[in-house]
Design a protein around this ligand. Structure first.
Ligand code: DAT
Ligand code: MG
Length: 152
């Protein structure tokens, strides 16, 4: 068990649909804390870098077009085993396979408009966070985690 930091994006569909508040609150209610947050619109270069692992796949260009189509909300989220925990809150990539009560099951119906991104491993989290944030963007929430969330 370890405190982890992960990248969560509310993608342009989530921003346009006015779902930011609902999505952010799910991570907070679970006991994860936000240590950086930024509204931004990605250019193609940064989008291709972020989704580099999918280059060459049939959906790649559509994914880049979609993620650059409007503003998104980028967040760095921290907590105990936050990488897997946040993925659980998001639900499976295809909303049809997402667990009831997850963000994707509750609010999305298609794989290409599935509202959220979350890093899938420690390596991805480090790589992706560096695309969206600089070291000086992160605040410390250690005190909040220790006081309210983590077991003594
Ligand atoms: P996740 O976002 O759950 O980590 P992923 O990394 O496999 O999923 O894919 C990144 C995004 O690409 C995903 O959120 C939606 C899109 N995508 C994945 N597979 C797709 C497919 N078969 N058709 C269309 N879009 C797809
Ligand atoms: Mg992924």
């Amino acid at each position: 068990m370890a405190i982890q930091r992960t990248l969560i994006l509310c993608k342009p569909d989530a921003v346009s649909r006015g779902l930011i508040g609902d999505i952010v609150s799910r991570f907070e209610r679970r006991g994860y804390v936000i240590v950086a947050m930024k509204m931004m619109q990605l250019d193609g270069e940064r989008a291709r870098k972020h989704y580099g692992e999918h280059e060459g796949k049939p959906f790649f260009q559509g994914l880049v077009d979609f993620i650059t189509s409007g503003p998104l909300l980028a967040m760095a989220v921290e907590g105990e085993e936050a990488i897997a925990g946040c993925r659980q809150i998001m639900g499976a990539t295809n909303p049809l396979n997402a667990a009831t009560g997850s963000i994707r099951a509750d609010f999305a119906s298609t794989i290409g408009r599935n509202l959220v991104h979350g890093s899938d491993s420690h390596e991805s989290a480090e790589r992706e966070l560096a695309i969206f944030f600089q070291p000086s963007d992160f605040v410390s929430r250690k005190h909040d985690l220790e006081r309210w969330i983590l077991e003594k």
